[in-house]
Design a binder for this molecule. Structure first.
Ligand SMILES: Nc1ncnc2c1ncn2[C@@H]1O[C@H](COP(=O)(O)OP(=O)(O)O)[C@@H](O)[C@H]1O
Ligand SMILES: [Mg+2]
Length: 222
């Protein structure tokens, strides 16, 4: 079964002055063990779609199903806390916490004791190909590529199989970007994650299993 399914998803932004039909009829399935890309012009609805998949909002019509269950019938706070990890373009690490403390954070929210969380955090940091020397460094002491690896380690520490990424390579040079996508693809293939990434970096699509284009509020396979 697919981990995430979108069924006839529509989304409208409504205000007193205008209505924008951002998503018109999105149907799609995402499976574990694969990395997906969603591409499309600015304003085509990519961020809107990601926010529905991340449980930040509900569709105006249709359903987003996680493991067959609609986000409509879920506690969305619990869904965001337990089931979906999000990686951002600007990393969004906590500046006052070290790399290890950043990665410990989701585990501490889940009630894992600090000693155990620290041990797992160190393993997650090693698993994104960072050396032990970054453990106690603050984000400001890390390069952009290193910060994004720590952010990926923190996403792994959510201990869910679904990872969403909004332009994860947008702030990185092309070599570093390629290394990050290579890492994400390996996580999908070797550790059975479902990784869905929004990007406009078409140079990196050769490493992606399935690419969709968002066009006028509809997703089409490329
Ligand atoms: N908060 C909002 N209020 C009204 N319209 C919005 C809002 N956010 C996005 N939109 C509109 O919805 C459409 C899709 O936007 P978005 O999902 O941000 O596209 P993308 O991420 O592909 O650039 C655009 O027409 C945009 O102007
Ligand atoms: Mg966007």
């Amino acid at each position: 079964m697919s981990i995430l399914t979108l069924k006839s998803v529509r989304y409208r932004y409504s205000s007193r002055y205008h209505n924008v039909e951002a998503l018109k009829d999105v149907n799609c399935e995402f499976e574990q063990g694969r990395i997906y890309a969603i591409v499309g012009k600015s304003g085509s609805g990519k961020s809107t779609l990601l926010s529905l998949m991340a449980g930040l909002d509900l569709p105006s019509e249709g359903d987003v199903l996680f493991s067959g269950k609609s986000t409509r019938t879920m506690d969305l706070d619990a869904y965001r806390r337990n089931n979906v990890a999000v990686i951002y373009q600007n990393f969004r690490l906590f500046p006052m916490l070290t790399a290890v403390e950043n990665v410990m954070y989701p585990m501490e929210l889940h009630g894992i004791r600090p000693k155990e969380a620290k041990k797992r955090a160190e393993e997650y940091i090693r698993s994104v190909d960072l050396p032990d020397s970054v453990f106690n460094r603050f984000p400001s002491m890390l390069s952009g590529g290193e910060q994004q690896r720590v952010a990926i380690a923190r996403a792994l520490a959510m201990e869910t199989n679904l990872m969403l990424a909004d332009e994860p390579t947008g702030n990185l040079d092309s070599t570093t970007a390629r290394n990050i996508i290579d890492l994400l693809a390996r996580l999908a293939h070797e550790r059975n994650y479902c990784i869905i990434m929004v990007t406009h970096d078409t140079e990196l699509l050769d490493m992606i299993d399935v690419t969709y284009q968002m066009k006028d509020g509809v997703l089409v396979k490329v």
